[in-house]
Design a protein. Structure first.
Ligand SMILES: [Zn+2]
Length: 421
């Protein structure tokens, strides 16, 4: 679950604004099962102190990874293909689960000592280097495989460890991930770690800190597999957009005060085109972009927690392109009639309906805390409560008994741009 630092910031800057991409996990993956052998070559002499033999077979690993090995079950391949509309895939045809690699109990890599039961990055690097050398000696051409996943053996120190991965995957670096001993057969552990290779950071939210305050938990967004392991679900709206799996409707500024813009949101679980909304509140410097998406229990979200399904989810995220490895923040889940306001910007997102395949929302920029005679006369929704003019009870005492509808010039509806298809 933990992630390493982003690599090569200069290259990241150069690639900003390059538009749509499709995450390239079609590249072959190599899965390496590490066996802690006391004699360094086989299981004959027993395992190293503090370790035990791996408890999962190659078949278990394949059934966690490939749809072809487990057509009706949960697999990493199914999550990738179903959540991405087949844009990103991991298959048995392009990936290999290698025969076990037997390693000594300790060694050295670039003068750095490692232990087979070590549970930190330095040890993982040493184990990976030793495993790579053993595979190369066996005749395997490692450069055939873009992504390498090292399955760590059971050890006292690493008992609760889920996984670790390099963020991003550039040509100058090996793309390595490590999976903890209890998670070799857990599909979502692979999905999470391999998605770090695709530049995703974690998906969190603010939670009660137990002391009357709030603290950010980088894993606490249950609507995204970049949160806590291990329930099957797709990525959240900003991450799906970052991966190129959905396009979003974009609203960058252009929203006048008191104006409520209706937006139709197809379920992101079913539809890729326009299946989300990105709003940049340009009138409020420093306010992060908002992402709004709708999820239903279909395809890769078939097992989505019922408490999260058929809800409009609101996130904030400073992601601007596919290489932006920044965390996302879940803000709210809205049922029909529910609303959420972004602090500072006065931007109000309101769910107006939720259905089996789509939802509708309005995005409103608050003009003030309450309606005024002018806002009521001009049929603006100054307080963004979803009602305007004579339809808003707050306007009744402010309006003349008979009003003539009069629209201000700035009330012209802004357009929502469909882009990044
Ligand atoms: Zn992680």
């Amino acid at each position: 679950m933990a992630a390493l630092a982003v690599l090569c910031p200069l290259l990241v800057l150069a690639l900003q604004g390059s538009g749509l991409w499709t995450a390239a996990l079609q590249s072959p993956s190599l899965v390496i099962r590490v066996y802690p052998a006391a004699n360094g070559v086989s299981a004959a002499a027993g395992v190293c102190a503090g370790t035990s033999p791996p408890s999962f077979s190659a078949g278990d690993v394949r059934r966690a990874l490939f749809e072809s090995a487990n057509p009706k079950g949960s697999t990493a391949g199914a999550t990738f293909s179903r959540c991405s509309s087949n844009r990103t895939r991991i298959t048995a045809a392009t990936s290999l689960v290698a025969e076990p690699v037997y390693l000594f109990c300790s060694g050295a890599n670039d003068d750095q000592q490692w232990n087979i039961d070590g549970c930190s990055f330095e040890h993982f690097l040493g184990i990976a280097a030793a495993a790579d050398a053993a595979l190369t000696a066996r005749g395997l051409t490692l450069s055939r495989f873009r992504h390498r996943v090292y399955l760590l053996p059971p050890s006292d120190a690493c008992r609760g460890f889920v996984g670790l991965a390099q963020i991003g995957c550039l040509d100058a670096f090996d793309c390595r991930a490590w999976i903890g001993p209890n998670y070799w057969a857990t599909p979502q552990s692979y999905v999470h770690e391999l998605s770090h290779h695709l530049y995703l950071a974690h998906a969190g939210k603010y939670v009660d800190n137990g002391q009357g305050g709030r603290a950010f938990d980088q894993y606490a967004d249950d609507t995204c597999y970049m949160g806590f392991c291990c329930a099957d679900r797709c990525p959240n709206t900003p991450h799906a957009w970052q991966l190129g799996w959905i396009s979003v409707q974009q609203l960058e500024g252009g929203l006048a005060r008191g104006q409520a813009l209706p937006v139709a949101l197809p379920s992101q679980s079913l539809t890729a085109a326009g299946a989300g909304l990105r709003v940049l509140p340009a009138w409020s410097p420093g306010a992060p972009p908002l992402f709004v998406g709708y999820r239903t229990r279909h395809r890769g979200d078939a097992a989505l927690d019922p408490s999260l399904a058929s809800k409009v989810h609101v996130y904030s995220a400073n992601i601007t392109n596919q290489y932006d490895s920044v965390q996302t923040t879940w803000q709210a889940a809205l049922e029909a009639g529910g609303s959420w306001e972004q602090p500072g910007s006065g931007l109000v997102v309101r769910a107006t309906s939720t259905g089996p395949r789509a939802a509708s929302v309005t995005v409103c920029r608050r003009g003030g805390m309450q309606e005024t005679a002018a806002s009521c006369l001009n049929e603006l929704d100054w307080d963004c409560n979803g009602l305007a003019g004579a339809a808003d009870p707050a306007c009744l005492p402010l309006l003349p008994k008979r009003t003539t509808r009069r629209l201000a010039a700035h009330e012209t509806a802004p357009s929502v741009q469909h882009s990044w298809e």
